[in-house]
Ligand binder design. Structure first.
Ligand code: B4P
Length: 317
């Protein structure tokens, strides 16, 4: 048994999304949004950040709980695929409160904790969807993300991996993608260290994936484990009370960013989108705060110090 997405998955996604929006089952917050991209000089690097300002924010619950869990029985009107995975263990569900159109998620059918690492099967399901979107969506580049642990920016405790399209690539190139342009594919289980840009003031671990062949479950798990190992070491060395990190995956790379704080100054929540450089500002005051303090300072506060140049040893996590 293996993972399969319907060949017309992207069309099913688009149709379901349009129907849910027209039936008011989705509260799209993007129509009130304005975007601004800045190209910030940090040391010898130019790092892209996008500030999204929302002028109105509708109906979104601040946080869920095991009792009040929207993914226990996802709304049929939001369900893109009722079963996904070799053991039919997942559903594919639209995000009810998107800021970017067609934002969707893989959710586990059974309750699993958002604090648990991604399993080989969850990684493969994610990767196969990214491959399918790459083959059929000629306009957008997509990324998957997983907010894991109490300081990761997650608001729902039921396991879910999200998928969103990136801003226009003429304007915004995530720093992780800039980093892999200068590197060969990463070899997990070798002496090789993951990539980390020393100019960016928080710890981040990036692995370029080989693009010549489709990676299998076991290989994906090795990549994930190599990055997670570094994130766990950083968390332990900084005496973090909980394990929290953001995971980002495209068909070209994986990145893990260990997290110390879910919020900046108690007003700005930072999730995986934030660590990739996409800042969601829910009012003008928050946008002013981001501009005044600087996105790199905010991410430094929410992560741990950069460890570029520090190799791993046998005591690594
Ligand atoms: P989590 O992993 O738990 O949390 P999150 O994405 O960080 O979103 P959060 O809820 O904390 O909201 P935020 O203000 O950061 O994901 C749970 C997801 O489930 C949420 O995305 C939520 O919308 C969704 N959800 C809740 N109830 C649901 C239901 N009944 N059915 C289906 N889905 C449900 O961000 C607000 C929104 O903007 C989120 O969608 C977030 O992912 C997105 N976002 C964050 N940063 C962004 C950026 N820079 N650009 C575009 N979108 C961004």
């Amino acid at each position: 048994m293996s993972f399969e997405t319907p060949t017309n998955f992207f069309h099913i996604l688009g149709d379901k999304y349009n129907e849910a929006v027209s039936n008011s089952k989705i509260f799209f917050n993007g129509s009130s949004a304005t975007n601004e991209v800045v190209h910030q000089l940090l040391g010898d690097s130019t790092v892209d950040f996008q500030y999204t300002l929302l002028h109105s924010l509708q109906h979104r619950p601040e946080s869920g709980s095991i009792e009040k869990n929207p993914f226990a029985k996802p709304e049929p009107e939001l369900t893109v695929l009722d079963s996904y995975g070799p053991n039919e263990e997942f559903k594919i569900v639209l995000n009810k409160f998107p800021v970017v159109a067609q934002h969707f998620m893989i959710v586990t059918k059974e309750f699993k904790s958002q604090d648990s690492p991604l399993s080989p099967s969850e990684l493969q399901g994610t990767y196969i969807i990214l491959q399918s979107l790459k083959a059929s969506d000629k306009q957008n580049d997509w990324f998957a993300f997983y907010n894991c642990g109490p300081q990761s920016g997650a608001s729902q405790p039921h396991k879910h991996i999200q998928f969103m399209s990136l801003p226009n690539k003429e304007d915004f190139v995530p720093f992780a993608e800039q980093l892999i342009m200068r590197s060969a594919a990463f070899l997990p289980n070798s002496q090789q260290e993951p990539l980390q840009n020393a100019d960016i003031p928080f710890a981040h671990f990036v692995a370029r994936l080989p693009e010549q062949h489709q990676l299998q479950e076991g290989e994906l798990a090795l990549y994930f484990a190599s990055l997670l190992q570094r994130a766990l070491t950083v968390s332990r060395r900084n005496e973090a009370e909980h394990i929290s990190y953001n995971f980002i995956c495209t068909t070209k790379y994986m990145m893990i960013v260990p997290r110390s704080n879910g919020k900046y100054k108690n007003s700005l929540g930072i999730n995986s989108c934030g660590v990739l450089g996409l800042f969601l500002c829910k009012n003008e005051e928050i946008l002013d705060l981001v501009k005044k303090d600087g996105p790199e300072t905010i991410l430094q506060h929410c992560g741990f110090p950069n460890t570029a140049g520090q190799g791993s040893d046998e005591y690594h996590y």
